[in-house]
Write a protein that binds this ligand. Structure first.
Ligand SMILES: Cc1cc2nc3c(=O)[nH]c(=O)nc-3n(C[C@H](O)[C@H](O)[C@H](O)COP(=O)(O)OP(=O)(O)OC[C@H]3O[C@@H](n4cnc5c(N)ncnc54)[C@H](O)[C@@H]3O)c2cc1C
Length: 562
């Protein structure tokens, strides 16, 4: 079993484990004052042994198993409970809760299959089509929308198709600045391999340490530096897919008017239209210099107007992230490193009563190049009323940029209901969307719940909104508690007059959790178009049953409560 999967079973993000993110006493005190007394989980709940989780005997038919062994070798068809449990779902709050409360049940694949290369992936799909076995493509397993849950749909058995062995940088074209990476390469390894050639991808989501190139493409991921490097789909120049109907290569030129851009059907296909085996990406020269800094704006309106002005003037930093006052308050309260009292006094003296933190990160070939870019941005920000608080808080953000999942591990140990959700809309609707989602979450969660929001992806025409909630967990019904809150927020996002107020997902994708809301966004005709594509490439419906397009009430949700 690889380290990553092993540590996921133990419910810790990295090998260092939850101890890497122990919450300081000050943070716990602050939190219990805000959301009510924390009720740490019992030792049994916190580390439920694997043996406590019911894992049915593998239902993979013997003849299908034999054919799979013939393709990938005996050691790459795994049916022991630990390996299967390791791929039983992703990393949403509900996924983690199910692992802590074994009685809630988990959807466990019948086997884990690890092909070595694109041709083996293709042959695995042929075997699964012949034996009518469902296939869940599994990258880093960091889905937070149920994308890798081992649902069966109409199939008797389902495998997790783990792409971990597709871990190579296939080629680099330094002239065109493109590179081909296999789907199973994880974020840090992709950067390491590209750096050997002097390049970077610049795709750094918070799940960077574990998520894969194939997963980024399959979910239309957006990284923290999207303002500078673009979203993942902006980086993709070509895709190689294995489908039950054969291999499909897309992307012949950097731009094309040869009909609709079918690459964009593969990007965002969430394992339902094919298995992405290779991705050709645009790469950029490694930046020689980085600079992180922070400003404070007075209130959300002033902050979001400043980010809009930056976006519309083409003056965004590579990383541009605005926290609302609630999120800023939490950062200030929980951060032990800053001189908080002095900072609050300084801001009050500058007339900032409702601080909203704006972090900017700059990448460039030299200090001079960065200075040149930031000069105009800083002028704009000063005119918008922003107060510079220097590089220390920016550096602190950079150092902690991947700590979120570890802190979540620690918060869960303390009995907190901690989850995130995200959306995006046009600037003219942004404030209304934020107000409505906050009201929906507050209405559904216990009083005192902390509901924070930030903008971390901004465009000329609009921005994403990312919400984080912290609430006292309902120990008797933790799943129902979050499902109700999430449904209320999703309704607020999806309702609107002639179009929804926002998108049901800016970068987490659809999976199971957002499937009921997809129709509101793309219309019944849109759903039919996608179903027609699915019927063409996957006529037997083996690929990722119950995700993206399908809502199978008998399978899609019921197992959660079983
Ligand atoms: C703590 C945390 C922070 C996160 N932060 C971000 C963030 O900042 N930005 C962001 O965009 N997302 C974020 N996510 C969500 C998640 O990391 C992304 O969706 C990521 O792109 C998933 O990559 P993965 O390799 O883990 O894919 P998986 O979780 O393994 O799979 C995701 C979906 O893609 C399909 N899939 C995976 N690989 C392939 C393939 N090769 N071919 C076809 N289908 C495939 C799966 O079947 C599934 O439907 C975060 C998640 C967590 C847990």
């Amino acid at each position: 079993m690889n380290d990553i999967v092993d540590h996921r079973i133990r419910r810790t993000w990295t090998p260092e484990g939850a101890s890497a993110a122990e919450l300081p006493a000050k943070a716990l005190r602050w939190l219990s004052e805000r959301i009510g007394p924390l009720t740490p989980e019992t030792a049994e709940q916190a580390v439920a042994p694997d043996s406590a989780i019911a894992v049915p005997v593998s239902g993979l038919p013997a003849d299908a198993a034999a054919d799979l062994l013939a393709v990938v070798g005996r050691e790459n068809v795994l049916d022991d409970r630990a390996e299967r449990l390791g791929r039983a779902g992703g990393l949403s709050y509900l996924d983690l809760i199910r692992r802590r409360h074994p009685a809630l049940g988990l959807a466990v694949p019948d086997a884990v299959v690890l092909p070595a290369d694109p041709d083996e992936v293709q042959r695995v799909l042929e075997v699964c089509t012949a034996h009518d076995v469902g296939v869940v493509p599994f990258g880093g397993g960091t889905s937070v929308v149920g994308g890798v849950n081992a649902l069966r749909g109409s199939k008797e058995s389902v495998i997790a198709l783990d792409l971990a062995r597709l871990d190579r940088l296939v080629s680099v074209d330094p002239v065109s600045r493109t590179a081909v990476l296999q789907a199973g390469v994880r974020g840090p390894e992709a950067e390491r391999l590209l750096a050997l050639h002097g390049f970077t991808l610049g795709h750094v989501p918070q799940s960077f340490e574990r998520a894969t190139i194939g997963g980024f493409a399959a979910t239309r991921s957006a990284g923290q530096a999207s303002s500078g490097y673009g979203r993942f789909e902006d980086m993709v120049t070509g895709v190689r897919l294995a489908t039950p109907r054969g291999q499909w290569r897309l992307g012949a030129a950097p731009a094309s008017a040869a009909g609709p851009d079918l690459r964009q059907l593969a990007v965002g296909s969430e394992g339902a239209l094919g298995v992405i085996t290779e991705v050709e990406v645009r790469v950029r020269p490694l930046p020689g210099v980085e600079r992180y800094e922070a400003f404070v704006l007075n209130g959300w309106q002033q902050g979001s107007a400043a980010v809009r002005a930056m976006a519309q003037a083409g003056l965004l930093a590579d990383i541009t992230r605005l926290s609302d006052s609630e999120e800023t308050e939490v950062s200030l309260s929980l951060n032990s490193g800053w001189k908080i009292f002095a900072l609050r006094r300084y801001l009050a003296a500058r007339g900032v009563g409702e601080p909203c933190l704006l972090v900017l990160g700059w990448h460039g070939s030299s200090r001079g190049r960065i200075a040149e870019r930031r000069r105009r941005t800083v002028r704009l920000l000063r005119a918008a009323g922003a107060v510079s608080i220097g590089t220390a808080p920016g550096e602190s953000w950079r150092r902690g940029r991947f700590h979120g999942p570890r802190q979540r591990d620690a918060l869960m140990e303390h009995g907190v209901c901690v989850e995130t959700l995200e959306t995006a809309t046009y600037w003219s609707s942004l404030d209304r969307l934020r107000d409505e989602v906050r009201a929906a979450l507050r209405g559904a969660l216990p009083s005192g719940a902390v509901v924070m929001c930030h903008i971390s992806h901004a465009y000329e025409t609009g921005a994403s909104l990312y919400f984080t909630t912290l609430a006292a967990r309902d120990g008797a019904d933790p799943v129902g508690q979050w499902e109700r809150a999430k449904a209320a927020a999703s309704r607020a996002i999806s309702e609107g007059q002639d179009r929804p107020l926002g998108t049901i997902s800016h970068h987490h994708a659809v999976g199971v959790d957002h499937a009921p809301y997809l129709g509101a966004e793309i219309g019944e005709l849109g759903l039919q178009v996608l179903r027609a594509v699915k019927a063409t490439v996957d006529p037997e419906g083996i690929l990722n049953p119950g995700k993206l397009l399908e809502q199978d009430p008998a399978d899609g949700r019921a197992w959660i409560r079983d």
